[in-house]
Ligand binder design. Structure first.
Ligand SMILES: Nc1nc2c(ncn2[C@@H]2O[C@H](COP(=O)(O)OP(=O)(O)OP(=O)(O)O)[C@@H](O)[C@H]2O)c(=O)[nH]1
Length: 475
């Protein structure tokens, strides 16, 4: 069955009388699934290729590749080979014919039209990323960075910085390793104690105890141990080493669902940061501001925690360290007014990212809720669709308490991601697994130290590998 779609005969009728209205063709595509393929092609034709970016995004978002494919000859006839090759490239990429897609984008990248040429290069870079050809992706991004339209600048500079880190060209600073940051948790779990043992009931019981002590959480632990028991029986597993391998894969599978990227696709992008006092909110904002600054973005901090003068001062110190501009008010000013001022100045200066620090007084949930909603309203009114991120900061030291804080904040507003701080100072790093399993909110960052560079993107594989790594020169 195809389901129903809302038909707007008036728009269709209007377009059949006067088709020279490209944006209305886009609107028709949004309204009607059935009309969408032809409507998008018409939008492209009647805009004389101008709407290629919008059309490509819509084809992807609505997954119209196969329906658009038979219409590509129309595009070739009216707009030429470059546009047709680009669209066919989208289709081939969808079919996972990556080499073919790249050749087609390659044809389009030579177009005289700047937008089409940029987009083709951009899609080539993304293809390289998909295929793990990081150095080629990096090279392509560097080549097109300068000519990128405003809407792509943010994304490209963040990608470039990530690639620099992955390729080891991010400067000479030796970063604290993730493994170092997780030492206390790894020691508490002591998985190396289980090596070379027989699989028997006492092994399961000890593993269960260690996981609970590391704050993996009772329900998550019980479920995991039960699955391990079943699998050990089914696969007739005799040695603990094999069992630990299975456990590792299971943990990776749980955590894979909680990997999340910061969404910074719009300019400006607003990140609203929530969290109770003392969890490391200000520090995290400072570290994040520095990372974004280092990737070439202009960053503004709004000191909307106006409850305490000390909070404003502390944010000022971090703004200075990160090289970010700060907008603040007096102690006791309406936080939404500070945010409003920040927005006005960003509009005037054309800056890229706004990070809003908020007060987190959970004992007064009603007031907190009102305050957050008011701030969100001010942001959305000035920048529709923002804040792009509502980041909740949790302190790993507080173990299970972090889960109940997250639940409360989730009741107050949508949380798009978690930054989990102080993983380095705790033996309760298992809380990452509990957060993922119980809250289903992406963990976007983890803090593994007090220094400005000690904030990492959360990588599930790296996290699990660090928990399981044995000894090797760490003592
Ligand atoms: N070891 C370690 N310490 C951290 C980390 N993140 C923050 N801290 C420390 O935690 C303490 C509290 O951090 P703040 O950033 O002041 O916390 P806050 O949530 O802004 O607190 P208020 O300003 O009181 O609301 C500071 O001493 C930080 O240095 C981390 O990842 N690891």
């Amino acid at each position: 069955m195809f389901g129903f779609f809302k038909k707007k005969p008036s728009l269709k009728e209007e377009l059949s009388k006067n088709p020279h209205q490209p944006h209305k063709w886009i609107k028709l595509a949004e309204e009607s699934e059935k009309e969408a393929p032809q409507a998008l092609i018409n939008a492209l034709l009647y805009s004389n290729g101008e709407l290629i970016d919008t059309v490509a995004k819509k084809i992807k978002n609505l997954a119209l590749f196969r329906k658009v494919e038979p219409l590509i000859p129309e595009v070739e006839k009216s707009l030429g080979k470059d546009y047709a090759s680009f669209l066919q490239g989208l289709v081939e990429e969808y079919k996972r014919n990556y080499q073919k897609a790249r050749n087609l984008y390659d044809v389009a990248r030579n177009s005289q039209n700047k937008t089409l040429s940029f987009l083709s290069n951009y899609y080539i870079a993304m293809l390289y990323l998909k295929e793990g050809l990081l150095d080629l992706a990096y090279k392509t991004i560097k080549e097109i960075e300068a000519e990128a339209p405003e809407t792509y600048k943010l994304e490209l500079s963040v990608k470039k910085r990530e690639l620099e880190e992955q390729l080891g060209i991010s400067g000479s600073k030796i970063l604290k390793s993730f493994k170092e940051g997780l030492k206390k948790t790894r020691d508490a779990l002591g998985l190396s104690d289980f090596a070379g043992r027989q699989v028997d009931e006492s092994l399961f019981e000890e593993l269960e105890e260690r996981l609970i002590l590391a704050d993996v959480g009772v329900s998550t632990t019980l479920k995991l141990i039960e699955e391990l028991r079943k699998e050990a029986k089914k696969k007739k597993i005799k040695t603990s080493d094999e069992l630990l391998e299975i456990m590792k894969e299971k943990l990776k599978a749980i955590l894979k669902n909680c990997k999340g990227e910061l969404n910074l696709t719009e300019k400006p992008s607003v990140i609203l940061v929530l969290g109770v006092n003392g969890v490391g909110k200000t520090t995290t904002i400072g570290k994040l501001a520095k990372q974004l600054k280092d990737s070439g973005l202009s960053v503004v901090l709004a000191a909307a925690d106006t409850f305490r003068a000390a909070a404003i001062e502390q944010l000022e110190v971090w703004a200075e360290r990160a090289g970010a501009r700060i907008v603040k008010g007096q102690e006791g000013t309406d936080p939404a007014a500070v945010v409003f001022d920040a927005i006005q100045s960003i509009k005037a200066k054309g800056e890229d990212v706004l990070i809003v620090d908020t007060a987190g007084r959970l004992h007064n949930k009603q007031n907190l809720m009102k305050e957050i909603h008011k701030i969100k309203k001010v942001i959305a009114r000035e920048f529709p669709g923002q804040p792009a991120e509502i980041l909740l900061v949790l302190d790993a030291n507080t173990g299970q308490n972090a889960i109940s804080q997250a639940k409360t904040f989730k009741e107050i507003t949508d949380v798009t991601g978690i930054a989990l701080t102080k993983l380095d100072g705790t033996a309760k790093g298992g809380i990452v697994i509990a957060i993922c399993n119980e809250l289903k909110i992406p963990i976007k960052f983890v803090g593994i130290g007090e220094k400005i560079e000690d904030l990492r993107k959360f990588d599930p594989n790296e996290f699990v590998e660090s928990l399981f790594e044995m000894g090797e020169g760490e003592e």
